[in-house]
Structure formats: C-alpha cells, structure tokens
Design a protein around this ligand. Structure first.
Ligand code: MTE
Length: 335
C-alpha cells in the first residue's frame, strides 16, 4: 500500500538484502510446526485422496521447507496459465504492516510471530460459535492447490500457488444465522511479536470484510500454505484469506477471528482513507485509485528495462466466475 502522509517516525530499515539466516530460521520453525502434527492431518487426507486421483502436481517445489505431497489444482477456472512467481519473490516482497511498511520488512521481521498454538475465534450471528484450533481447521476439509493471481492495489501482481480449501466449507460447518449478511475478518495484533502494531499507519488490529455471498464463493480460499509448503510467517502464517478477484489488501493475514454480522464491517484501509479504499475493492482497471491508474500492472519478477506493463483484467481475470455477484451494481460507486 502507499501511504499518503509522511512516515510517522518509525525507523524502518531501508529495503535491503534479506538475511538468509532469518528465512532459514523461519522455515525451521514451520517445519517444526508441521512435525508437531499441526499440518499432519491435512497432509494425510491429501495423500490418501490423491493416491486415488489422477495426480498432476503443478508446483515446482522451492525445495527448502518440508513439501506438501501430491497437491493439485482442482477447481475449474482457478488455474492460470501465467508463469508462477518465484518463491523467493513471493516470500520476500510482502505487505504485512504489522512487521513494517517496506516490502522487505515482513521477511526480515516476521520470525518473531508465534504461530503455535493458534486458534481462530468464530463469533457473532452463527449457530456454532467457538474457538477453533488450527489443527481442527486443517482437518475440516481436504485441501487443494489453487494457482491464483494476486493483484495489489499499488500496481504490482504475482501468481502464487496457494494451498487451502474454500472458506465456504468452514462457513457451512459453523452455520450462520439467516441474519448474517457480512463477515468481518480480524487478524492478530500482538505488540510483543509484531513491532509495528501500535504505529499510527493503521488502526489495529488489521481487519477486513466480505459480503456473505463473496465469502461463500468457492474461489475465496482459507489458506494454510503456498508452493506446496506451509505458509511462511511473512505471508500470513498459519492461516490467512485469499480473495483473488479483489485487491490484495482484502486478503487478511494471520487470522484470529471470524465474525458474522448483519452490518457492513469497517476495514483497515477504508478506515485509513475511505475515498481511496472502498469496501468492495474488486480489481477494476476502469476505476482508478484517486492518485494513480489501475489499468496496468507490473508482474513481480518480470522487471526489465524494456518490460511492458500488463493490462489489468476486470476482476483480476475472474470475471466469468464472480461477475454475477455484482450484477446491477455501479462499480464506480461501490469501488
Ligand atoms: N494482512 C495483514 N494482517 N496486514 C497487512 O498489512 N497486507 C495486505 C494483505 N494482508 C496485510 C494483510 C496486502 S496490502 C497485500 S497486497 C497482501 O496481504 C500481500 O500478501 P502477500 O505478502 O502474501 O503477497
């Protein structure tokens, strides 16, 4: 995200080389997480299911973290033929403001995030509220690899093979009441482990929201991994959302609460600058951000002196799947 005001006196390190040691440490911790069984149930179910399925592993393994075996993209239309973004770029060029505002900050600083034990609180207008342990969330449904484009509002994009299952699986399990029209997603705000929580850049915790039909759409992914591995901390471990037809900031990282409500919830960036970041935030090349165009994007990893920017696609290329959700709406007004 681009911040309008000057920085608020927090001394960020300038964008610099990521220390291989910190990445290594982060990965060791994730491997431990997997070894402790947190990810085990999910892996078992994949393995069993995939043993009987026609296997087509699409993801080249980054080869450093423990790999998730036999994961394949299985949702029609969710696969893109675009080249995958390199794992290194996807895990070192991040927005995760709790760890700093430079793109290199999350990979440098997120090693302090404690991802186990982890629970997600489900509350509000729902028949089965409660604290759901990560282990239970992992067991809830079989997981798939989904290769999605991620288009950031700042004008860059990536193509990432995420691993998870449709959020709708969880929603159905907890049985929302008929009065629930929206879902608010609350992410972790822990002063002790997140050095920028408390900075004046945003109102913490970082929250996001979806209309119920958006949350129920099969493309909306409750995400536990990427590139066949558990999520690196800087990418939102241990569980995040990915909503591929919306600007990247709708995809909240390190989720701790999912609240069902009858009112449109406030969202972090909308609270910070309502005229710049709307509630819907659907990728839309015809609706400019007040300070820049949204018509084109720079694909991370493809930067060269002569590289032309790509044309941004309506709903980030997922129009066939999601366009109907917004039929009749003025998308300039509901941006
Ligand atoms: N979630 C939290 N909690 N804090 C953040 O600062 N940044 C968002 C989103 N989720 C953010 C967040 C933005 S602006 C983007 S583009 C994506 O995460 C980036 O996800 P990635 O780092 O996995 O590419």
């Amino acid at each position: 995200m681009l911040i309008k005001t000057n920085r608020d006196g927090f001394g960020h390190p300038v964008a610099s080389e990521i220390t291989p040691q910190s990445i290594y440490e982060g990965r060791r911790n994730l491997i431990k997480l997997m070894a402790s069984g947190v990810a085990g149930a999910a892996l078992t179910s994949w393995a069993t299911r995939e043993a009987h399925a026609q296997s087509a592993t699409l993801t080249p393994k980054p080869g450093k973290l423990a790999a998730l075996p036999n994961v394949r993209a299985s949702l029609p239309g969710a696969i893109t033929l675009d080249k995958l973004t390199d794992y290194k770029d996807a895990s070192t060029y991040n927005n995760f403001y709790e760890f700093g505002t430079d793109k290199s900050d999350p990979a440098q600083n997120a090693h302090t995030l404690k991802v186990s034990p982890w629970t997600v609180q489900i509350e509000g207008l729902v028949k089965k509220p409660g604290n759901y342990a990560l282990e239970d969330l992992l067991k809830l449904s079989a997981q798939e690899e989904r290769i999605y484009r991620l288009r950031c509002v700042e004008g860059w994009s990536m193509v990432i093979p995420w691993v998870g299952y449709s959020l709708s699986e969880l929603i159905k399990k907890v049985e929302p009441l008929g009065s629930a029209k929206y879902i608010e997603f609350v992410t972790l705000a822990d002063h002790k482990t997140m050095p920028f929580v408390g900075s004046r850049v945003l109102d913490w915790p970082y929250t996001e929201g979806l209309r119920m039909d958006e949350a129920m759409h099969p493309l909306t992914l409750l995400t536990f991994g990427m590139y066949g591995e558990v999520l690196p901390k800087q990418n939102g471990a241990p569980v995040r959302l990915v909503v591929p037809w919306k600007y990247g900031f709708k995809s909240g990282k390190s989720l701790v609460k999912i609240r069902f409500t009858d009112k449109q919830p406030g969202t972090a960036w909308n609270k910070a600058a309502a005229n710049e970041y709307g509630f819907f935030s659907n990728v839309n090349p015809t609706v400019d951000h007040p300070r820049w165009s949204q018509a084109t994007e720079r694909r991370i990893g493809e930067d060269g002196f002569f590289t032309k920017k790509r044309k941004t696609l309506m709903f980030n290329g997922y129009e066939t799947q999601v366009g109907q959700l917004y039929a009749g709406m003025d998308l300039k007004k509901f941006f």
